[in-house]
Design a binder for this molecule. Structure first.
Ligand SMILES: [Zn+2]
Length: 316
């Protein structure tokens, strides 16, 4: 069983939080040469430290664009300031989830601290052509790169070559994520790219390595830096293959009588349709198609109506 122990240190941002734009936590570098406007964000959730480390490391490296511009954002510093490793979920946000407020109606009514912060960040998000948003997860899990439904983002994920698991996902019903805001949410090719990387468990040391790897691959692919501008140790080994999957189904518990047939860890790919993955009210729950992948199985919050696992199929 992977560890829930919180090993990743809390980064000291006392210098970095000033930024250089007049907006707290926002750094902007302009090469003065034509090229893409690239933005990397961290701490959209205050307890997701790996991205803050990666941006701190990029600043320490003196990373600058050779073409276009580079914007580095520590998003929810207010929530980050309340961080306590013993209760890290409590510093996810102050008033509301900052990754559900990215629509014109909510930003026009900034009645929470997260909306107010989003209003301050909005000009930078709107100016960005390429956006990489750095996150981490509640449970120990391999890294997941989320592309949304835009084929152009899946294409970029494949060009980056890592991580192994890429998820094509439709976002959330309860609010728009930053990576789906404005031009980023349009389905047709418009020159933008936006990806969200879940780097692993919040407290895992390796999540920082994943965040740095993704920053290096994304910025390199954007063309605003040259090969060699990132030290070789920013790149993790490439996976043997990438698996792009699309979530098709959510398995919802009907009652408290739900058990799994094995201690699934997530991301298992089950070869045959009809494989029993668990029992709901005594009836078998089976995979609906061949090569079905289990995404985030968990009985930790089992209640009637709660999703206990999602099912995903390979994207050709
Ligand atoms: Zn997050």
């Amino acid at each position: 069983m992977a560890s829930h122990e919180f090993l990743l240190p809390y980064p000291d941002l006392s210098v970095e939080r000033a930024g250089n734009t007049g907006v707290d936590g926002v750094w902007h570098f302009d090469s003065g040469v034509p090229g893409r406007n690239v933005m990397i964000s961290a701490l959209v959730h205050g307890n997701e430290l790996c991205g803050a480390w990666a941006i701190k490391d990029a600043l320490a490296l003196g990373l600058r664009p050779r073409r276009g511009t580079l914007t580095l954002v520590f998003a929810n510093l207010g929530a980050f300031d309340t961080f306590d490793p013993a209760q890290h979920d409590k510093s996810r946000f102050l008033d509301q989830d900052m990754n559900r407020v990215w629509s014109a109606d909510k930003l026009a009514d900034p009645n929470t601290r997260e909306r107010q912060r989003a209003v301050a960040l909005r000009p930078f998000v709107e100016k960005a052509d390429w956006l990489l948003d750095l996150h981490s997860m509640h449970e120990p899990c391999a890294p997941l790169l989320l592309t949304g439904m835009q084929p152009r983002n899946l294409e970029l994920a494949r060009e980056m070559g890592a991580p192994r698991h890429v998820i094509v996902d439709a976002g959330h019903k309860d609010g728009v994520r930053m990576r789906d805001f404005g031009r980023f949410g349009e389905l047709e090719e418009n020159g933008t790219r936006s990806l969200l990387i879940e780097c692993g468990f919040h407290g895992a040391l390796e999540s920082r390595d994943v965040a740095r790897d993704q920053v290096a691959r994304f910025v390199k692919a954007s063309g605003i830096v040259d090969d060699g501008d990132f030290p070789a140790d920013w790149f993790m080994p490439l996976p043997a293959e990438q698996l792009a999957i699309q979530v098709t189904d959510a398995v919802v518990a009907r009652s408290m009588d739900f058990t799994f047939s094995q201690d699934w860890q997530g991301l298992e790919e089950l070869e045959k349709a009809g494989t029993v993955i668990g029992w709901s009210d005594g009836e078998p729950v089976v995979t609906p198609y061949d090569n079905c992948t289990l995404v985030m199985p968990s009985l930790r919050q089992l209640l009637p109506g709660v999703t206990v696992v999602r099912l995903a199929r390979r994207v050709a």
